[in-house]
Design a protein around this ligand. Structure first.
Ligand SMILES: Cc1cc2nc3c(=O)[nH]c(=O)nc-3n(C[C@H](O)[C@H](O)[C@H](O)COP(=O)(O)OP(=O)(O)OC[C@H]3O[C@@H](n4cnc5c(N)ncnc54)[C@H](O)[C@@H]3O)c2cc1C
Length: 485
């Protein structure tokens, strides 16, 4: 279709918000957060309701126009960036941000898919309720994007991934049909679980326009502590100690080793270090309290929960499981340390921008927790033998076995990896496979890991995924170049 004709056709859809055709205005929509992928688009459309999404998709389906759904555009694998052809339209959900229903008794909320995650937190916390999905990009990512990537974040250990937090969805299919699976029900065995097909589909099967989400009681208190476990084997033992002392109450168990701190110190202004020494194997832990008995100070002014945690830490220090620890005394200390953790991706991005010649290979992997130490040993051996002076920066959600295992290149080699970066990533994923892990834990596949999916996914499952995609989107208009085709 000629661009002029297409421009006019898009205008004639009469959307409440006009399409963006101007290239400068489009700039923020056509590149990814890491600025590793830059594409082009005919237009950015910003529907305000499900009916408008449906009419856009009907039009795109009829005229075989590629569509890239976009939420907050914070994908770390180029999943929401159009290709270079300049033939796609981007459908940004940013204008769809209403609360459709809020049922405090049932502890559910139904929102449009363009609602920013932190806005959901604000709305429900005003009513003493809690939506536990929490990640560094929460001020800009949107719930539709979170669902489409089945985002993880820092609270998975206790509450599960986004999939576990979703009761119902409204979806517009590639041909424009609206499928209403919005529901507050906890039980609904009426055939195939179609809702879950669209969660994690990265916009390749349709557009999520609304979701019903599960809410929880806001904990009465969260205690945040930071420890240095010195080595990975200790960190894993520590996870067991804490989960056995505080079953179902560990909200986060985040790994921040020395290599993480070195990058953070280089890139965060006025950083406040939590311990005297730079931690070798830092762990950031959040523990929730739901009972008044734990949080009301006793006659000596001591808070029973803090006493209990101090006793556990004392035992860990005595048995040399940790070498140092601190418990945050107030909200500002908590915020300070959490902001460092949440700036992990940002710090790496800045570090990379400083060393323009060097590339960094991002690996978002998950492993059975018990295999992490052996994986790390094998991976470091492989990386050291592969090329000299590569630097691994790893950190992540240790409680879920999810590591961001990123390898910075050697500045004196072409592209940092002598043209062998794909080979290195493949070798790393082979080690992940050896330990029954996954090469894609929480960020999704997008463009970055499309080839790895073909290579490492079970071949029967991969072929079934293709069959489903062809059946739902026979013209292959939905988010081309991502995940499968
Ligand atoms: C600083 C930072 C920290 C991060 N931390 C984490 C983390 O801890 N855990 C984690 O899991 N991720 C993390 N991410 C990655 C990212 O934030 C998540 O993947 C997030 O869920 C993406 O949401 P989004 O709205 O930005 O989606 P986008 O980036 O806009 O889109 C992501 C994918 O979803 C599709 N999509 C978006 N909206 C819809 C919709 N309504 N219907 C259908 N498809 C849609 C897009 O086509 C694309 O394939 C982080 C990113 C940054 C920048």
């Amino acid at each position: 279709m000629q661009n002029n004709f297409l421009d006019n056709s898009l205008k004639s859809l009469n959307l409440k918000t006009p399409p963006i055709f101007d290239k400068e205005e489009q700039a923020k929509y056509v590149k990814d957060w890491r600025e590793q992928y830059v594409g082009q688009a005919v237009a950015v459309l910003r529907p305000v309701n499900t009916k408008e999404v449906s009419s856009i998709l009907k039009f795109a389906h009829k005229n075989k126009i590629d569509v890239v759904p976009q939420g907050g555009n914070t994908s770390l694998c180029g999943a929401a960036t159009p290709d270079q052809s300049g033939k796609s339209i981007i459908i940004s959900l940013e204008k769809m941000n209403n609360v459709r229903a809020f049922n405090k008794e049932a502890q559910t909320i139904t929102v449009d898919s363009g609602m920013i995650l932190s806005k959901i937190h604000e709305i429900v916390e005003e009513q003493n309720l809690f939506f536990p999905l929490s990640l560094g990009a929460q001020g800009s990512c949107m719930i539709g994007g979170n669902l489409s990537t089945n985002a993880g974040g820092v609270n998975v250990l206790k509450y599960g991934n986004t999939r576990e937090l979703c009761l119902g969805l409204e979806i517009v299919l590639p041909d424009g049909k609206i499928m209403n699976l919005l529901s507050e029900l906890k039980k609904d065995n009426t055939g195939y679980d179609l809702k879950n097909l669209f969660i994690g589909a990265e916009g390749t099967l349709g557009i999520i326009t609304a979701a019903t989400l599960k809410l929880f009681q806001l904990p009465k208190m969260i205690t945040t502590l930071f420890v240095d476990a010195d080595k990975i084997s200790n960190a894993i033992k520590l996870l067991n100690v804490f989960t056995s002392h505080f079953p179902d109450r560990i909200e986060s168990f985040e790994l921040m080793p020395k290599s993480f701190w070195n990058i953070a110190k280089n890139n965060i202004d006025n950083i406040v270090m939590p311990l005297e020494k730079t931690p070798e194997m830092g762990i950031l832990i959040d523990i929730s309290s739901f009972s008044e008995n734990e949080i009301i100070p006793d006659k000596n002014g001591q808070i029973p929960m803090i006493d209990t945690i101090e006793n556990v830490l004392e035992t860990c220090l005595e048995s040399a499981l940790i070498s140092d620890a601190t418990i945050c005394k107030n909200e500002s200390q908590k915020k300070s340390i959490w902001s460092i953790r949440e700036a992990g991706a940002e710090s790496e991005k800045k570090e990379l921008q400083k060393s323009k010649l060097i590339k960094c290979l991002k690996h978002d992997i998950s492993l059975p927790v018990a295999s992490i130490e052996s994986f790390h040993k094998d991976a470091q051996k492989m990386i050291t033998n592969f090329l000299p002076n590569l630097k691994t920066i790893y950190f992540g959600h240790l409680g879920d076995g999810n590591l961001h295992y990123n390898v910075f290149g050697n500045g004196s080699l072409p592209d940092g990896f002598d043209g062998k970066s794909l080979e290195l990533t493949d070798k790393l994923y082979e080690i992940v496979n050896k330990y029954n892990g996954s090469f894609s834990a929480e960020h999704g596949v997008g463009q970055l890991k499309k080839k790895s999916l073909e290579k490492h996914k079970d071949s029967v499952a991969y072929s079934l995924m293709k069959t489903i995609k062809k059946e739902l989107d026979p013209k292959c208009i939905m988010n081309p170049g991502k995940v499968l085709f």
